[in-house]
Design a protein around this ligand. Structure first.
Ligand code: MN
Length: 498
């Protein structure tokens, strides 16, 4: 179901008419060649569309407004091939509302020492024109991404690609709708938040439904549909009976299959892309949705447990940002559970009572059916696995009362040293950057939650750029973090975002 629009990005080259038609013909040819090369690179997740060179106030304003009004345009890439007087850009930029990339590049890679004359200098002066343009962007306080370098350089292309994913996250954020079928868990602070402010800042619609309305949708799923999905589960996953009767086990699994289908139909019908549940408020549902929620997350839905709508929306957002990524390693809600404090092996077991997305699995998941230690329902079926090795980011969006803060932590996911024969949940095991002690101290100082939205496939830079576009504070915990500077970052945030 993870559907996003067929987004495109416009490539707008700035110039002026001072240098004559021949120069402008070169500018257009060069920018077309750059667009073709970017599209053929195979690096960009979305297509770049060439636009005629912007040389007048009127055309700039018209182009930016067309970009605003084109639902498939997720952002504009700008580059000043020559000098383009920046006052011509003011009105267009004032009216522009989508993500903006300033690609600071140059058509030629090397200075043509032997042939360079004044005509060449006038034609190839991005070093000059892009400074004029960047100045007005800064003066106007316009949030944008700046990418510097030669357009054929793979690193430059990768940066553009990364920004495109952020831009789609920015544009799609206001299409995220979270269904709450339970309130937040009683007495818990960190899963709470200001839903009005979340809609103002992020565009999220967060609505409550009585749990029994969705339970009715579950009950309406036919036995034939349910059994077909059970067969799919049995063909796709290993089954760990652990001494249970196979028929009884299968009945428990069928409950989750029915929940998956009922939930998905209800969400589709009402146009929601994320959902929260709460083990203490299940109405007529027979089991806490476990396997069902895991599968929905894998399909691209956002999820937050115990009513945590911020995490549900963030998981959905991060799934949008990674949509269609080749060799993606996965994105999931996670929860900090328990530590290994042995010297040299420090790390955090990440898990949840059930709901970890199988997209992050490093092994073939197996279905287990075990009692929950909380709540009062049947033993729920769930997928159990260990996760992949590698770098990832854990994010926590917290409501500080007067504002949101996004905490972004670089983590190193590791294979656990031993198996967990008695653990009935999926896990990830990671060590925060820069080291367990500093990373954990910084997280606690920042007020980070125990629920996180985690991904192997996004960078702190991408999430920080998204936060900047939303106008909220972002703090980074990474290889460069030290506590003294981190406290200063928090202090600056307190002053700036008050
Ligand atoms: Mn939880």
């Amino acid at each position: 179901m993870l559907k996003t629009r067929n987004y495109k990005f416009w490539f707008c080259t700035g110039s002026q008419d001072l240098y004559g038609d021949e120069c402008l013909a070169h500018v257009a040819a060069h920018s077309k060649e750059i667009v073709e090369t970017l599209n053929k690179s195979g690096v960009l997740p979305y297509e770049v569309v060439w636009k005629p060179t912007l040389i007048t106030n009127e055309l700039i304003r018209k182009t930016f407004n067309e970009a605003n009004n084109d639902p498939e345009c997720a952002g504009v890439i700008t580059w000043m091939h020559t000098f383009s007087p920046a006052k011509s850009w003011i009105l267009g930029l004032q009216e522009y509302r989508k993500p903006l990339l300033h690609l600071h590049t140059q058509y030629n890679e090397e200075i043509p020492y032997a042939t360079m004359d004044m005509d060449f200098m006038n034609e190839n002066q991005a070093a000059h024109g892009d400074r004029e343009y960047a100045h007005i962007l800064t003066r106007m306080g316009i949030e944008r991404k700046v990418v510097v370098g030669f357009w054929k350089d793979a690193k430059v292309q990768e940066k553009i690609a990364g920004w495109m994913r952020t831009a789609v996250g920015i544009v799609e954020s206001s299409h995220i709708r979270v269904m709450r079928i339970a309130d937040n868990m009683r007495n818990v602070a960190v899963t709470e938040g200001d839903k009005v402010e979340a809609q103002l800042k992020f565009g999220w619609e967060i609505d409550a439904y009585p749990v029994n309305e969705i339970a009715e949708a579950v009950a309406a799923v036919s036995a034939a549909d349910t059994n077909a999905l059970v067969e799919e589960y049995y063909s796709k996953y290993d089954i760990a009976l652990e001494g249970r009767d196979p028929e009884e086990f299968k009945k428990h699994v069928a409950v989750q299959a029915q929940i998956e289908l009922g939930f998905e139909r209800f969400l589709e019908e009402k146009n929601y892309q994320a959902i929260v549940t709460h083990f203490g408020d299940l109405g007529a549902l027979q089991q806490l949705p476990g396997l069902a929620i895991q599968r929905l997350m894998e399909k691209g839905y956002g999820f937050g447990a115990e009513g945590d709508w911020k995490v549900a929306a963030m998981v959905r957002l991060m799934k949008i940002m990674t949509a269609g990524m080749k060799d993606a390693k996965g994105t999931s809600m996670m929860e900090d559970y328990t530590y290994n404090l042995v010297k040299g092996k420090e790390g955090i077991i990440q898990s949840h009572m059930l709901e970890v997305c199988p997209s992050i699995a490093g092994v073939k998941p197996m279905i287990k059916c075990q009692p929950l230690s909380m709540g009062n329902r049947e033993d729920p079926a769930r997928l159990v696995f260990t996760s992949k090795e590698g770098k990832g980011i854990a994010t926590s969006l917290v409501d500080l009362g007067n504002r949101f803060r996004l905490i972004i932590q670089d983590v190193d996911c590791k294979l656990p040293e031993h198996d967990f024969p008695k653990l009935p949940t999926a896990i990830n095991f990671w060590t925060p950057q820069p080291d367990f002690y500093t990373g954990t101290e910084a997280w606690l100082l920042a007020g980070g939650a125990h629920h996180t939205a985690f991904s192997y496939d996004l960078t702190a830079e991408q999430m920080g750029d998204w936060a900047a576009a939303m106008g909220i504070e972002a703090v980074y915990i990474d290889k460069n973090t030290n506590i003294r500077d981190f406290k200063r970052d928090l202090m600056l945030g307190n002053a700036f975002y008050r």
